[in-house]
Design a protein around this ligand. Structure first.
Ligand code: FES
Length: 146
């Protein structure tokens, strides 16, 4: 981990912060998600929104996200988006077992005061999974605090 010139962040975090993967770049209504989740972080007031597409086999074949969050939130959610969609997509049951620590491990760690930021994407993903049709009646814009 090269933390000398990275403000305490790993090279992997810096890479994902500088080139975030899977950010939603089309208007939300064009994307056509299976579920949408949005959470706010009570510690800092930052927000995260996640959109997922799930196939018939319950695999998350695509995940997009946007945040009003910090470098740690951007880096960890970018990494999470790759972890969830790589190898043909993670099964829903496996995505629900994903923990912020798993994301941090792939990132090469986070500064200890920024660990709460890695929870944002994970919580928004869980909210999006719960938001899928048939999970509850009010799909699309659920807002949950951490
Ligand atoms: Fe708010 Fe990191 S400080 S998400």
């Amino acid at each position: 981990m090269n933390q000398d010139n990275n403000f305490g962040y790993s090279d992997t975090v810096m890479d994902h912060f500088s080139n975030p993967r899977n950010v939603l770049k089309v208007p939300e209504e064009q994307y056509g998600p299976s579920g949408v989740g949005m959470v706010g972080n009570p510690t800092c007031g930052d927000m995260m929104k996640v959109w997922i597409k799930v196939d018939q086999a319950d695999r998350i074949i695509d995940l997009k996200w946007k945040t009003f969050g910090c470098a740690s939130a951007i880096g960890s959610t970018s990494m999470m988006s790759e972890m969830v969609t790589e190898k043909g997509g993670m099964k829903i049951e496996d995505a629900l077992r994903l923990k912020p620590q798993d994301i941090m491990d792939r990132l090469g760690g986070l500064p200890s005061i920024k660990i709460h930021c890695s929870v944002l994407g994970d919580k928004a993903l869980r909210s999006a999974i719960q938001d899928r049709p048939g999970r509850h009646g009010d799909r699309g814009q659920g807002y949950n605090r951490l």
